[in-house]
Design a protein around this ligand. Structure first.
Ligand code: NAP
Length: 281
């Protein structure tokens, strides 16, 4: 058996075309959806991420502002910038790129973002809204994974979903989203014993660890859906996920590749959230 591929690039194209249509409709009403991206310091990976986010906005007809500050920016000055963006009517979404320099308390900065503009979905108010099933912004990466499941018409009701990883930005919100769709959810982490026994029972596995080959073919139930969030480098320096793709694709029913899977979906959901922030006014 060879798994069907869930193509994050193709799905992103469809979703971004819809964003562009809705952005054009807003513009016709005099509203230009706007995202502010704040980057502090020179982290090379962060620079690539913010550039991609700004470009994706431009391509979809969203206005974006990139604010770059030196790593020496004080916490107070960053909080003042966030406050100004909260009050700026041209800005509907605010994203502060993480990680921040060590002298800045990232939690404090995220909490300073207005929940109405929290398009990354990292604010405690957004996490709480997801927890209790109220409207709010969902973190882009797990939200993108849910869209991938939706794109294949997968009904999660009664299915066993195993999430590997419990971070606040991927694993935990992922588990809550799956639960909301009536899956039975198991959350695994570094202290989990006998991971294989759990993943072998799973109809859906989401791997969000950050280590190569966390999920191998012998750990997957035939026909399962495998979503690979991981972003790692292999021995040749090429981007790869947490899943042993070549082995697992022979067992799984559906699988997301790396690159070309969850990565593009994450940026797409940022556009969707920004557009929704503008639509909500
Ligand atoms: P993180 O904060 O480092 O969390 C990793 C999680 O994996 C932790 O909960 C950890 O458990 C768990 N873990 C570590 N080793 C494990 C093991 N051997 N077995 C089971 N669980 C284990 O990472 P993250 O921010 O969630 O990101 C995870 C991966 O996704 C990274 O590769 C990251 O680059 C990638 N990512 C990709 C995108 C995208 O757009 N594609 C977006 C975000 C993140 P403990 O809690 O016990 O430490």
């Amino acid at each position: 058996m060879t798994a069907h591929i869930i193509d994050g690039i193709a799905l992103s194209k469809q979703l971004r075309a819809d964003v562009a249509r809705r952005a054009a409709a807003l513009r016709a009403r005099g509203v230009v959806p706007g995202l502010a991206v704040v980057l502090v310091g020179e982290n090379p990976a962060s620079q690539v991420y913010v550039r991609n986010k700004v470009k994706a906005c431009e391509d979809s007809g969203l206005h974006s502002v990139l604010e770059r500050y030196p790593a020496t920016l004080s916490e107070a000055d960053l909080l003042a910038r966030v406050d100004a963006l909260n009050r700026d009517p041209a800005i509907h979404g605010i994203l502060v790129q993480l990680p921040l320099p060590a002298h800045i308390d990232a939690h404090k900065v995220i909490e300073a973002i207005s929940p109405a503009k929290d398009v990354d979905g990292f604010h405690v108010a957004s996490a709480g809204a997801l927890m209790v099933g109220q409207p709010g912004f969902w973190p882009c990466t797990p939200y993108g994974c849910m869209k991938m499941l939706e794109s294949i018409g997968y009904d999660l009701k009664g299915k066993h979903a195993v999430v590997i990883g419990r971070s606040n930005i991927v694993g935990k919100p992922m588990a809550l989203m799956l639960l909301q769709k009536n899956a039975t959810v198991t959350i695994c982490h570094s202290g989990t014993q006998n991971l294989k026994a759990l993943t072998l029972q799973a109809d859906v596995v989401v791997a969000a660890v950050g280590k190569r080959n966390v999920l191998t073919a012998d750990m997957v139930k035939p026909g399962a859906v495998v979503i690979d969030v991981g972003m790692n480098r292999n021995d040749e320096g090429k981007l790869c996920g947490d899943v042993d793709f070549d082995g697992v694709k022979e067992v799984a029913g559906w699988i997301t590749p790396v690159p070309g899977g969850v990565g593009p979906m994450t940026i797409t959901m940022l556009l969707v959230n920004t557009l929704e922030a503008a639509e909500r006014g």
